[in-house]
Design a protein around this ligand. Sequence first.
Ligand SMILES: NC(=O)c1ccc[n+]([C@@H]2O[C@H](COP(=O)([O-])OP(=O)(O)OC[C@H]3O[C@@H](n4cnc5c(N)ncnc54)[C@H](OP(=O)(O)O)[C@@H]3O)[C@@H](O)[C@H]2O)c1
Length: 235
Amino acid sequence: MSDGGGRAALVTGATGGIGEAIVRRLAADGFHVFAGGRRRQRLERLAADVGAVALPFDVTSETEAAGARTVVEGEAGGLALLVNAAGVFDLAPVTDTGDAVLNRNLDANLKGAFNVTRAFLPAMLAAGSGLVIQVGSVAGWRAFPGNGAYSASKYGLRGFHEVLLEEIRGTGVRACLLEPGAVDTPIWDPLSPDSSPHLPGRGEMLRPDDVAHAVGFVAGLPAAVTVPLLRIERA
Ligand SMILES: NC(=O)c1ccc[n+]([C@@H]2O[C@H](COP(=O)([O-])OP(=O)(O)OC[C@H]3O[C@@H](n4cnc5c(N)ncnc54)[C@H](OP(=O)(O)O)[C@@H]3O)[C@@H](O)[C@H]2O)c1
């Protein structure tokens, strides 16, 4: 395992399958981890278990993201690593995708990642270091029926990330878009994937630890090395 050397990392979506695995991995690697999510009790249990700091906030709120930044700056000075892993997934044909579902996906997956990045990026730029990892998806570059709202958010995230790469070039700040295929997490629970012939079975999916491993790998690279895009699939 790499050594985070006590450097501070914020992981959003830490109450979910992928985010929790990333928190555990980064804590084991020696990072001073701030775990973000909205379910406070779950967050506090995880934080106590791994020696992280629970940081409950809604990624879609500019005010709450600023509050999270104040806590991180007060306790750790600034972030070495931000992992935007909060997200939602709705499956419906375009004709059945109303405004509420479209906005839910765009708000959490695209605007949330944009919002939290914007909150922490200025301090990273001022420090001339830092790494921002966006958790995208295979649905951010490949089309699947029923993914209208979700893909719109994840293709949008890819666009945002690519612009960010251009804006941070030469600053010392790095960014990585991680695009996993299906991962066995609670995000699939409402869809019962094992009983739907159109969805991958849970046994065919990546494990949350696989994604956490990739985050640990990217975060453990020397500061002079950048991985702008990392796609992860089941072999
Ligand atoms: N599972 C997959 O197959 C898969 C594949 C590729 C990419 N991804 C992406 O990986 C990320 C994590 O997914 P997962 O599978 O781990 O899902 P999950 O288990 O359902 O967890 C989702 C997480 O997002 C958080 N979240 C959602 N909306 C939020 C908001 N407005 N503010 C703060 N936190 C919010 C949830 O926290 P609270 O409920 O506590 O707020 C929870 O921690 C998502 O971006 C997803 O699109 C997943």
